[in-house]
Design a protein around this ligand. Structure first.
Ligand code: ATR
Length: 268
């Protein structure tokens, strides 16, 4: 039976095993999927050992996505563009890396009936989460994507590394416009903090997305709702499910349906 894992640090909170087991059940595929904590100082060795011992694939979560990217012999185009890997597998005896996060975000926006084409998008943050989603967002043909970060240089670097004219960068304190879609890709919600940015960003928004998920409304979405009560509010749970579906497809060659898992997780 094929064995899969999600690896990260911390990892106890991960819902990936529930998601993948449900997909496997739905499609009648026999596999095991568990979670494993990896130590910060031996990530690379440990990953290679896991594959030597016969695992078929692994999802990578915080804080290892950039290190997983560096470890791979081959990466897909979307992983290369994002500089981060969340899906590992062996092909022709070689470690391959892919990144399904961006596809997960776009598929969740589609699920929530938010059109991306021709929209002005603001992405707040310039870490791995932002890098992971930019290629898929660009593919969906937005009008523009502004990356705004507390540390402007990091946002500028992502723009400089891309050759898209649709991307631009600002410091958070320089943002003075409203956008159609606002995406929080910072880790601020983890700490129940808010990025210090003008609330004008929400005033014309049709959708506000927080990549973080929790059973309560996130601090970022609560703030957006206060400023613009009509806006569609979306947390990162759907993205988690959709990126998992895309990883399942990469590994098993079949695309699971996500509605049952969405229902299951909203009751966990
Ligand atoms: P990830 O891989 O999840 O993106 P990361 O690489 O540590 O994590 O990046 C975290 C992002 O959240 C960064 O853009 C960080 O801003 P800085 O680059 O200025 O550090 C942003 N961030 C975290 N906490 C924040 C806060 N309270 N306000 C604004 N931005 C915050």
């Amino acid at each position: 039976m094929k064995k899969f894992l999600v690896i990260g640090n911390p990892i106890a909170h991960s819902k990936s095993p529930i998601i993948h087991e449900e997909f496997a059940k739905q499609l009648g595929i026999e596999l095991t999927y568990s979670k494993q904590l990896l130590e910060l100082d031996s990530f690379e060795e440990d990953v290679l050992k896991l594959f030597e011992n016969g695992i078929a694939g692994a999802n990578v979560t915080l804080p290892f996505k950039e290190r997983a990217f560096s470890l791979c012999k081959h990466v897909t185009d979307r992983a290369k563009l994002s500089g981060a890997v969340n899906t590992l597998y062996i092909k022709d005896n070689t470690l391959f890396g892919d990144n399904t996060d961006g596809e997960g975000l776009v598929r969740d926006l589609v699920y929530n009936e938010v059109t991306i084409e021709d929209r002005r998008i603001l992405v707040i943050g310039a870490g791995g989460a932002t890098r992971g989603c930019i290629p898929a967002l660009l593919n969906a043909k937005p009008k523009s994507i502004m990356i705004a970060n507390r540390t402007k240089d990091k946002a500028q670097r992502i723009v400089d590394e891309s050759n898209s004219e649709k991307l631009s960068a600002l410091g958070l304190d320089e943002v003075t416009d409203s956008f159609d879609i606002v995406i929080n890709a910072t880790s601020s919600s983890v700490y129940k903090e808010l990025p210090v940015v003008s609330s004008i960003i929400f005033s014309e928004a049709i959708a506000v997305y927080d990549m973080y998920y929790s059973n309560e409304q996130t601090s970022f979405l609560a703030w957006a709702e206060k400023i613009n009560p009509d806006v569609t509010l979306i947390n990162g749970l759907g993205m988690l499910v959709e990126q998992a579906a895309e990883a399942f497809y990469v590994w098993n060659g079949v695309m699971p349906k996500t509605q049952a898992v969405r229902n299951l997780l909203s009751n966990v």
